[in-house]
Design a protein around this ligand. Structure first.
Ligand code: SF4
Length: 367
């Protein structure tokens, strides 16, 4: 569990098992839903009321985000990594992964291809390689991207608060760090070596970034590692903690789901599409103003549907290999399997077809 939560796994599980239909209805009607309402809404008892969850979530989404959908794309700048995450083909020593770290010129070329596709918000992603992705290098990348994109975010190795200050000054405004699992024992199993083996250092990432000025703090667990309801309870507790400590920042949830592929990592606790939808609807109802991201790991039909009810943020045209926009290399290894291969123009068209509008940021600190 999230360590500041005063309930143990068994207590959360037993609470979830005791939720009744009346509890679910009360949570759907709550004026200011709280953590217990989240538990009610993600419980098995809420599953028959998915249609009502959809209506309540859509109302909350409409109130806080109108008809806008924020769109972004990841920009992978390198895939060398000193960590050994069992579920990732970028892990150190993994045979068959072509390793690449882009130069600043190559990053510019990637950025220009992305911009020409209409994308104006970028998430810079890299494996954890302290020799390559130094703070100075990441800051150079931030300064390079600042005039090109309206919004820049980072998903790289956890940094110190001072490093985050430098990175914020270089132009990054958002930070994403997946805890992967809030279960310490499972965390140790999944991250046997490298700096990522340190659970607490990773857990404090958003707090350090928030204190350094970052405006968006992205949190998630990797869906498929541990039992999803228990992980969702921890994720929500983590969010409450960040909202209290970094009240000027916006918490953003992502829901990255491991979808099983032949020969790939087999998730120990597979999460179905209905589970994912229930969880996203519940988070939208309980955290109406927080960001909710739907990943390109999900199929187009699900993504197009969930941005109407729960998600306000989606990736489009993603390539999850370094250099994947400017040129596709035959030996490229993707970090994970994508289910939505539509180019940005098609995603924009689908958003418009549903009466919504694609946006890239909703505020500007340069004004
Ligand atoms: S998940 Fe991230 S830290 Fe882990 S091996 Fe992959 S790139 Fe490295």
């Amino acid at each position: 569990m999230f360590p500041l939560l005063k309930y143990r796994e068994e207590e959360v599980e037993s609470f979830l098992a005791r939720v009744t239909d009346a509890d679910v209805r009360a949570s759907l009607d709550a004026a200011r839903p709280d953590w217990f309402d989240l538990l009610n809404l993600i419980s098995p008892a809420a599953r028959p009321r998915l249609a009502e969850l959809r209506r309540a979530a859509q109302l909350a989404r409409r109130r806080h985000y109108g008809r806008t959908v924020s769109v972004y794309a990841p920009l992978y700048i390198g895939n060398t990594c000193v960590n050994a995450c069992r579920y990732c083909d970028f892990r150190r020593g993994h045979v068959g992964t072509a390793r690449r770290n882009l130069t600043l010129d190559e990053i510019r070329a990637e950025a220009e291809v992305l911009r020409s596709s209409g994308i104006d918000s970028v998430l810079v992603v890299a494996g954890e390689d302290p020799q390559v992705n130094t703070v100075d290098h990441l800051a150079d990348v931030g300064r390079l991207l600042k005039p090109l994109f309206a919004y820049r975010a980072l998903e790289v190795a956890p940094q110190t608060e001072d490093a985050y200050r430098a990175l914020f000054a270089a132009g990054y405004e958002g930070l994403t760090c997946f805890q992967e699992t809030y279960d310490r024992t499972l965390y140790r199993e999944m991250h046997p070596a490298g700096p990522k083996a340190d659970y607490d250092w990773r857990l404090g990432t958003q707090l350090r970034a928030g204190r350094a000025g970052f405006r968006t703090l992205g949190c998630a667990f990797l869906l498929g590692l541990g039992p999803w309801r228990r992980e969702a309870a921890s994720l929500a507790a983590h969010a409450y903690h960040l909202m209290r400590e970094c009240y000027e920042a916006k918490v953003q949830f992502a829901f990255p789901r491991i979808c099983r592929v032949d020969g790939g990592f087999v998730p120990p606790c597979e999460v179905g599409e209905d589970d994912l939808e229930q969880m996203m609807l519940a988070f939208r109802i309980v955290f109406p103003s927080c960001g909710l991201t739907v990943s390109t790991r999900e199929a187009p039909a699900f993504r197009d549907r969930i941005v109407l009810t729960a998600a306000d943020n989606m990736s489009a045209g993603s390539r999850v290999t370094p250099g994947g926009y400017a040129a596709v290399h035959a030996d490229d290894t993707a970090q994970f399997t994508l289910s939505d291969g539509r180019p940005p123009a098609e995603v924009f068209a689908a958003i418009r077809a549903h009466g919504q509008e694609a946006v890239f940021k909703t505020w500007d600190n340069r004004i």
